[in-house]
Design a protein around this ligand. Structure first.
Ligand code: NAD
Length: 255
C-alpha cells in the first residue's frame, strides 16, 4: 500500500544541481540522491568527489560536470552531457552563486557584472534550456536558490540583492507560464548558513554576533537544513506549488 510519504520519493528521477561540489548545493545534491534521484553535479572546479561519494553511498548515480557559469556558453553543453550520461532531466536546482561585498559608492562594475552573470543570467539561461525539455516531457521541477536578499537589501552587497530579487521574480514569471504545462518553478530562500559564502561575516565577531542575535532558532543554518525543502519542491509532494519562494531561515524574516 502506498503512503503519503511516497509522494516525496524521487526514485527514477534525474537532477541537475549547479554548484554541487560544496556548501548548500552539496547538501541539496546529497539529499536528492538519498530520496532516490541520480544527480549531475555541476561545479566550476569539476572536483565534486565528496558529493559523488555520498551520492554513491545512497545507492544512486552521480556524475561531475565542469562549467564556468559566469558565461552562458556552457549551458547547452552541461544540459547535453546530463542527457547523455543520465538520460533525462526531471529536476533542476540553480544553486551556484557568488557574493562580492563593497560599499555601493565604491562598487566596481566588474563585481556587479560577475555577480549578475552567475547569480541571474546563468539561472535564467538554465531555466530556459531545461524548461524546454521539461515542457516537452510534460513534467519537471525547477528550484532556484534565492536568499533573504530576495526580500531585503542587505549590507554592502547591492549586486547580490539585485540578482536575488530578480531570481524571485523570474521564478514567479516562469511559474505563471509553465504551471499548466506540468512544470513547477519555485525557489528556496535560505537564511544565514555556514558555508564559504558567509565566511567573511562569521570572521567578523561584531557582524556574526548581530546576525546570531536576530535568528529566532538561535543558530546559523547548515546545508542539511535545506534537505526537506529541496526534496519537497523536487517531488510530487509539491505538484500544486508554483511560484513560491520557500524561506528556510530559522525565523529571521519573522522577526
Ligand atoms: P559556496 O561558496 O559554498 O558555494 C557556491 C557554489 O557555487 C560552489 O559550488 C561553486 O562551485 C559554485 N559557483 C560559483 N561560481 C561559479 C561559476 N562561475 N561557475 C560554476 N559554479 C560556480 O556558497 P553557498 O552558500 O553554498 O551558496 C550556494 C547558493 O546559496 C548561492 O546561490 C548563494 O547565493 C545562496 N545562498 C547562500 C546563503 C548562505 O548563507 N550561505 C544564504 C542565502 C543564499
Amino acid at each position: 500500500m502506498s503512503s503519503a510519504l511516497d509522494l516525496f520519493r524521487l526514485d527514477g528521477r534525474v537532477a541537475l544541481v549547479t554548484g554541487g561540489d560544496k556548501g548548500l548545493g552539496q547538501g541539496i545534491a546529497i539529499a536528492l540522491a538519498q530520496a532516490g534521484a541520480d544527480v549531475a553535479v555541476v561545479s566550476r572546479s569539476g572536483n565534486a568527489t565528496a558529493t559523488l561519494e555520498s551520492i554513491a553511498a545512497a545507492g544512486r548515480r552521480g556524475v561531475a560536470l565542469t562549467a564556468d557559469l559566469s558565461s552562458i556558453a556552457s549551458i547547452d553543453r552541461i544540459v547535453g552531457e546530463t542527457l547523455v550520461q543520465l538520460g533525462r532531466i526531471d529536476i533542476l536546482v540553480n544553486n551556484a552563486g557568488i557574493i562580492r561585498r563593497a560599499p555601493a559608492v565604491d562598487y566596481e562594475w566588474n563585481d556587479w557584472r560577475a555577480v549578475i552573470d552567475v547569480n541571474l543570467d546563468a539561472v535564467w539561461a538554465l531555466c530556459q534550456a531545461v524548461g524546454r525539455l521539461m515542457i516537452a516531457q510534460g513534467r519537471g521541477k525547477i528550484i532556484n536558490i534565492a536568499s533573504l536578499l530576495a526580500f531585503q537589501g542587505g549590507i554592502r552587497v547591492p549586486a547580490y540583492a539585485a540578482a536575488k530579487h530578480a531570481v524571485a521574480g523570474v521564478t514567479k514569471a516562469l511559474a505563471n507560464e509553465w504551471a499548466h504545462l506540468g512544470v513547477n518553478v519555485n525557489a528556496i530562500a535560505p537564511g544565514y548558513m555556514v558555508t564559504d559564502n558567509t565566511q567573511a561575516l562569521r570572521d567578523d565577531p561584531e557582524r556574526s554576533r548581530q546576525i546570531l542575535e536576530r535568528i529566532p532558532a538561535g543558530r546559523w543554518g547548515v546545508p542539511g537544513d535545506l534537505a526537506g525543502a529541496a526534496i519537497f519542491l523536487a517531488s510530487s509532494a509539491s505538484d500544486y506549488v508554483h511560484g513560491h519562494v520557500l524561506v528556510v531561515d530559522g525565523g529571521w524574516l519573522a522577526r
